[in-house]
Design a protein around this ligand. Structure first.
Ligand code: SF4
Length: 383
């Protein structure tokens, strides 16, 4: 099991509190994107396609802390862009931990060794290193050779320094089950504590649009992978068993977009981490003004093939809380990898996609021009 007991216990207590109070929508993970700038340009990434004035923007330490105060999620995941390019990240991490949050920093690991001394190991802190497969596969995925080797070395050095390390693995339609299974086998001996695995989301701004998985292909792929590791029990996932069962086609789940609310330099992103269809100034405004029913599989064209953990993990966690026996059986047997799949949600009545990206960019550029905030001082010029 890749999830530490103290984290499971605290999140469990938080869910119980919210369920007893019958809170209809509550967050589990705050996704904090303090910058969009990255030192890689991966083909499947839809996060970095912005003009330079936007890529130069940073959330300040105070922005990050007040986001964590507004949003009651017990876990904060810091993503981007590449968070290690943010000069004030060590202070952000330290002060979020001091607030009692569980903090994960997602990184492509290119700068990890160099910056590791700025951080201290903590029981509630872990690195999540982006690693999409073995050397050939990962280097192809990030469009640069040598990155896999740097990741492996950074994992080794970080473990030796006492840090907890997860890996974050995104799969596309060129993933081969046998190859993925053998890659997962290599992670424990490397010292990796937990694995987060998910199909990629078909970002409309990603340069490579050919390699995203549809729902049926995703379920078949995960069944084939899990089969090769005692129905997935060979590997320590940093995820709920029911989310893995969903990936294997055994659960019909609607997403929980408010489970991972997202704060970026644009504001609070509507409706979820994957889709930027609008922005709210505060977390409260996000929760109260988003038309949640107009999103999700079956409701909106852009959601048709989404099975990403940031959208469905919260659904799985809540389901597990309500059906502990289902969870217990899964932890003993792992996800079912044969037989009929759970029915899928009909796409018959979904509304067509709206394309709003350029409007948001234009609006932000005007705002930057008017404010001349000079946040470039937060850019780490050394990178
Ligand atoms: S299905 Fe849900 S989580 Fe996925 S993109 Fe749509 S709203 Fe976001």
């Amino acid at each position: 099991m890749g999830i530490p007991l103290n984290q499971m216990a605290r999140i469990g207590a938080y869910i119980v509190k919210n369920e007893i109070r019958r809170v209809p929508r509550y967050p589990l993970v705050l996704m904090l994107e303090p910058l969009f700038r990255c030192n890689l340009a991966c083909a499947g990434c839809g996060k970095i396609d912005y003009p330079a004035p936007i890529l130069n923007q940073r959330l300040s330490v105070e922005d990050c802390l007040s986001a964590a105060d507004e949003c009651p999620a017990p876990v904060v995941v810091i993503a981007g862009g590449e968070p290690l390019l943010h000069r004030e990240l060590p202070e952000i991490v330290e002060r979020l931990l001091a607030k009692g949050k569980f903090v994960t920093v997602c990184t492509n690991a290119l700068l990890l060794e160099k910056k590791l001394h700025q951080y201290k190991p903590h029981k509630n802190f872990n690195w999540s290193v982006h690693l999409d497969g073995d050397q050939t596969h990962h280097d192809k995925s990030v469009c640069q050779t040598g990155v896999y080797d740097k990741c492996v070395e950074a994992i080794r050095v970080s473990k030796a320094a006492g840090f907890r390390i997860n890996i974050n693995c995104t799969l596309f339609n060129d993933a081969e089950p046998e190859n993925v299974a053998r890659f997962l086998d290599t992670l424990k001996p490397l010292g990796v504590d937990g694995i987060t695995i998910s199909p990629g989301y078909a970002y409309e701004r990603a340069p490579d649009q050919q390699h995203f998985l549809n729902r049926t292909a995703t379920k078949t792929l995960f069944r084939e992978i899990f089969k090769r590791g005692r129905n997935g029990r060979n590997w320590d996932f940093f995820q709920s068993g029911l989310f893995l069962d969903f990936l294997a086609g055994n659960q019909t789940y609607h997403c929980t977009p408010w489970g991972n609310p997202t704060r970026t330099i644009f504001g609070w992103q509507k409706p979820c981490y994957l889709l930027g269809e609008g922005y709210a100034k505060t977390y409260k405004e996000l929760m109260e003004t988003t038309d949640w029913d107009s999103y999700g599989t079956g409701n909106y064209e852009k959601c048709a093939d989404c099975m990403v953990h940031s959208g469905f993990e919260a659904t799985a966690v809540r389901d597990g809380f309500k059906h502990p026996l289902k969870l217990l059986s899964l932890s003993l047997k792992g996800p079912r990898t044969s037989g009929e799949m759970a029915p899928d949600i009909s796409l018959e009545n979904q509304r067509p996609a709206e394309f709003v990206f350029s409007r948001h960019v234009e609006h932000k550029l005007k705002e930057i021009g008017a404010a001349k905030t000079g946040t470039e001082h937060l850019t780490d010029a050394a990178e």
